[in-house]
Design a protein around this ligand. Sequence first.
Ligand SMILES: NC(=O)c1ccc[n+]([C@@H]2O[C@H](COP(=O)([O-])OP(=O)(O)OC[C@H]3O[C@@H](n4cnc5c(N)ncnc54)[C@H](O)[C@@H]3O)[C@@H](O)[C@H]2O)c1
Length: 345
Amino acid sequence: MKLLVTGGAGFIGSAVVRHAIAAGHEVINLDALTYAACLENLASVEASPLYRFEKADIRDRDALARIFETHRPTAVMHLAAESHVDRSIDAPDAFIDTNVTGTAHLLQEARAYWERQGRPEGFRFHHVSTDEVFGSLGAEGLFTEETPYAPNSPYSASKAASDHLVRAWHATYGLPVVLSNCSNNYGPFHFPEKLIPVVILNALAGRPIPVYGDGGNVRDWLFVEDHAEALLTIIGQGEVGRSYNVGGNAEAKNIDLVRMICRILDRLLPGAAPHEDLITFVTDRPGHDRRYAIDASRLRDELGWQPRVTLEEGLEQTVAWYLENRPWWQALQDRAGVGDRLGLG
Ligand SMILES: NC(=O)c1ccc[n+]([C@@H]2O[C@H](COP(=O)([O-])OP(=O)(O)OC[C@H]3O[C@@H](n4cnc5c(N)ncnc54)[C@H](O)[C@@H]3O)[C@@H](O)[C@H]2O)c1
């Protein structure tokens, strides 16, 4: 494949770029380099003859048209987005601009390019989305691909809107799309404003570890490298027009997840144990979804993908990575808003 990846300097996008190049695909990474981007995530591949970088914004149609014509990709994997729920509560406009309008512009330019090429059947537009579009579950049940959309945050609503645009570009114009909706990711290179890095870095600094509400919110955690492999499977083998749920089979309450991380840190840094003493319950996020859980059986049964890394193994690797990569996260902690309590409404 000659793959145009949008958002390839972000957390998941950079994992996709690294995996795609390791698999022998050519990659053009299109990224606007917002506060969430980090080109250092790509240090291991930047010298590869298979890798190209284009600094561009998906809202800039002229730039998109130029990039399609210059590079002539055979597939697009679209990950560029504003992705932090708490930021979406404080400043939703950027989420509408990038996630909705930006996706519409990318679809239009991808479609124009695909039509100019004579509508090749093998072309793919893979839209990467979240399980948050389905809203919140009660104590039982799982999200399937047929679960009705019921997004509750400005972030998830903007992603839901983008999913609908992608479906419509397939139904109306025949653009060969595939979609995927994934649960919460974690792993190396996770931006230091998201839950798991916040827990690790606050614990390392001896600062309070904030847990929203009563800590009973449940998420289904997936190691980012497993997600990258799932995405390459879906873009390579997924059925056109179909969507696939991606999950880790690893449900955990936030408070239990935080305690697991504290126990790993106690083992690695016994001098500072017990890290659990730093746990502090703080005001909940407004509209905080109670539980997400994924039924990923379509992806397993039809395309043969399953997560390889358990939550215990993945957390162990992640904590070790943060301990070994202090310069990476210290540089990002200086960026605007990082470390502040956001999203109180
Ligand atoms: N992180 C998760 O747990 C998770 C789970 C499921 C789905 N997703 C989806 O996966 C995708 C990637 O998530 P992530 O956590 O890696 O996000 P991220 O915030 O780490 O990275 C987003 C990247 O997109 C780029 N970007 C933002 N706006 C842009 C624009 N207008 N034009 C071009 N580039 C732009 C940023 O510079 C950044 O490099 C998103 O679409 C997100 O909705 C994330």
